[in-house]
Design a protein around this ligand. Sequence first.
Ligand code: HEM
Length: 508
Amino acid sequence: MDDPTNGGGGAMWLTAVAVMLTIAVVTRRRERKSSNRAAATGRAAAPPELRGAALLWCALSALRDGPLEAFRRQHAKLGSVFTASLPGLVKLTFLVGPEASRYFYLAPETEISHGRIYEFTIPLFGRGVGYDVDLATRSEQTRFYLDALHARKVRASIAAMVEEVEDYFSRWGEAGVVDLKHEMEHALLLISSRCLLGREVRESMVDEVCTLFRDLADGLQFISLFLPYLPTPAHRRRDRARVRLTELFTKVIRSRKSSGAPTSAAEDDDMLQRLINSRYKDGRATTEAEVAALLLAVVFAGKHTSYITSTWTGIHLLSDSDPTHLAAAIDEQDQLTARHHGARVDYANVVQEMTTLHRCIKETVRLHPASPALARRVRKNLAVRTKEGDEYVIPEGHTVMSTVLVNHHLHHIYKNPHVYDPPGRFGPGREEDNLAGAFSYLGFSAGRHVCLGETFAYTQIKVLWSHLLKNFDLKMVSPFPKTKLSTMVAEPKGKVMVSYRRRRQGHA
Ligand code: HEM
């Protein structure tokens, strides 16, 4: 198994820190003027610093023993809040563990915000949404997403998800070998097209949209984080893809608007209609450009994260390391089919009952969080109290980081944290995701910027794996993969080959 403290997973974490360091350096330069005002820290001291030779030693030990081990040592030595400092360049303050994390997730936007860290999303999604608009407008757009991705509306999409999954896997033969990554990406993109982008896209332009989304994703590279407008070939393809996607979506939006008021059935059917129907507090309707950009952003936020999680879930279940988890997941599907009498399960009712599968996905996200660390900017001196009882003030201008992957491996919360243990870990009596309060588990973020698509993500991945487990005998053919280092979301390296054979007792 890919142990996140070493090899691929470890390097992934280092990559994440490197990315954040770079962002921090760049935003630090941009915001040097404001950070000059950040000297006064009141009576409490700034957090302990890791600098000079100690910082270098820490980096070397991270390479030698794995970053989690290096972090554990610093955590033991300096406590749960400490700053890595490259004088004159960057101050990166880590908030380790649930107690320190609460400041990161709960502090108001006036104290902690994304700052200019997410500016690279503007050329991805276009103007007028997200990090291109002021906070008040962004909050209203977040409300549109919240409404559109409400659990009740996700539930209304389940039948469409099932249809897409059944249709997609009906193309598999009696037996064969496939690349799981490719299959997950395609099946989930069809679900997104149908449930988010709408039937017009799904029926007549899905292949083009699929290619364009790939160009958009490929345009998000390490360099894009600090020079998003640099005219590289990948950025040019990204820009062309965004323009074309916006054109396609605008055509659909216009045609829907001109065909009269939407029926409630259409509104239940996809996110596009829900965004068209959204209104700002002053009564203003969303514009075509806003709807197109909001759609782009939400599909982008959910696409890669869901496909990677779905793939890692399959890898953990189908690899030989512990066959009991696969057996338990299949058993759950068989029992649900039997309990619901038969051939065709009404998924809208039973997705909620797939506790084992749910925990398998949750445990996957613990070990392979889409974002191994999250970054924000301190806008106003921030007072924090650590688990150890120390009080510090993190000065304005620092970049703060929530160490998601490290938190997910804290021994006082997670028993044998490197082991994939879905039923035990989250089951009654252990419930480790809540053991130290709300910030013990951060796979979908928390607080102000919690993932708005969590229900949608779980639902589509459960629908997909439920179908596969019920209808196919599956086995990993390739070895357990390492984590790919060069991508923004921690994906498995190389192809993930899986053999399948149709189950005779399966129910399509
Ligand atoms: C397993 C799949 C997913 C994972 C692990 C995941 C994880 C996350 C994380 C960690 C964040 C917080 C980023 C930050 O704080 O900077 C986030 C934000 C977000 N996610 Fe997800 N996500 C997933 C799927 C989805 C899906 C399917 C959708 C939509 C259909 C979605 C929509 C969003 C949105 C709109 C935000 C921005 C929230 C905000 O800033 O207010 N996500 N997600």
